[in-house]
Design a protein around this ligand. Structure first.
Ligand code: SF4
Length: 335
């Protein structure tokens, strides 16, 4: 059975962007891949300026949302990256194998570093830590979105280099498991969904709040009047239907749009119904967790214990292969 590892930034409560882009898939994968590891990557969240109180709240919000969304601690390990110090230990080892040029070529580094005056080394090393996150658990498969493929390639390279240098086939080369939902644009139709841009819908938002966000959302710009025929393939609302509505409803939306059989408001109303149906149980579970917060702590503690067990064993073996195991009195000398 392939071992799965995936991480998510502690960005607070989930919104439909990171839910559809990752977490909905994780909930399915925990059924088919028992023992999957899902990690809130809080060390990755400190590469830029941040407020510790906000980070603390966001770590909690993310852990609670993941459980509310259906991550089940009986089927997988959910944990905070900073609860497993071996992530940073393996990361240091990998920095000794990673050419600087490979890191400077990473698209995300180029994007992010161009926006800051003084570039923290952590921003450059971020993909090395990401490689360590995955290889620490010797994961075979990593559910990722398309924008993470380049970082995963670096992890595969690192596994190859370490294996070649230390004469072992110890680390598997992790394969991408592409998330089935294509990336969905923000409700403004302009940029990636993000809480800070205010172009998404929170998983815990009420039915009315969902409608307030959907009502003004961008549709096919060529559909100005109700009588104009639409092009569902260019409409973001149609992409959301594919994620939240049944196959029959999606076919109906397609036909109604192309024949101007209904207006965009009718279409959005049907989408809201689908969203409410899927998100209400998640909101209810989040409310339950608010009244029983110890469940969140218990889930994280048990996930961290499982993760630490695997991580310690990996590091024990890695140190051994690298000549970093416990010092003993030499019986002979290789020199
Ligand atoms: Fe988009 Fe629906 Fe309007 Fe067609 S009818 S343009 S799919 S919102």
């Amino acid at each position: 059975m392939a071992r799965i590892f995936s991480g998510i930034q502690p960005s607070g409560e989930l919104h439909i962007g990171n839910y559809l882009g990752a977490v909905k898939n994780w909930v399915q994968l925990q059924e088919t891949h028992p023992g999957a590891l899902f990690c809130v990557v809080d060390y990755h969240a400190i590469t830029g300026a941040y407020d510790p109180a906000v980070l603390r709240a966001r770590r909690w919000g993310m852990a609670k949302s993941l459980l509310a969304a259906g991550i089940d601690p009986a089927k997988c390990a959910l944990f905070m990256q900073s609860d497993v110090p071996e992530h940073t230990e393996l990361s240091w080892i990998f920095t000794t194998l990673t050419p600087l040029g490979d890191l400077e070529r990473q698209t995300q580094f180029k994007d992010k570093s161009s926006k800051v005056e003084s570039i923290p080394a952590g921003l450059l090393m971020y993909p090395v830590l990401q490689s360590a996150d995955i290889l620490l658990y010797r994961a075979d498969s990593v559910p990722v979105g398309e924008d993470q493929i380049q970082h995963l390639e670096l992890a595969r390279d690192t596994a190859r280099k370490w294996n070649a240098k230390f004469g072992q086939e110890y680390f598997p080369e992790p394969k991408p498991l592409l998330t089935p939902t294509r990336r969905i644009m923000g409700l403004d139709g302009q940029s990636k969904m993000s809480k800070s841009l205010g172009n998404t819908i929170g998983l815990m938002e009420t039915d009315d709040e969902i409608w307030a966000k959907l009502r003004p959302a961008m549709t096919d710009p060529q559909r100005v009047r109700k009588t104009d025929v639409g092009r569902p393939e260019v409409c973001n609302i149609f992409q959301l239907h594919k994620a939240f509505s049944s196959a029959e409803t999606v076919a109906h939306v397609d036909a109604q749009c192309r024949t101007a059989g209904w207006g965009c408001m009718d279409c959005k109303k049907v989408l809201q119904e689908g969203m409410v149906q899927e998100l209400t149980p998640i909101r209810r579970r989040a409310e339950m967790l608010d009244t029983e917060p110890q469940r969140v702590l218990d889930a994280l503690a048990s996930g961290a214990e499982t993760a630490r067990g695997i991580a310690r064993e990996t590091m024990r073996e890695v140190r051994g292969y690298m000549g970093l195991d416990a010092v003993t009195i030499p019986t002979d000398s290789p020199a």
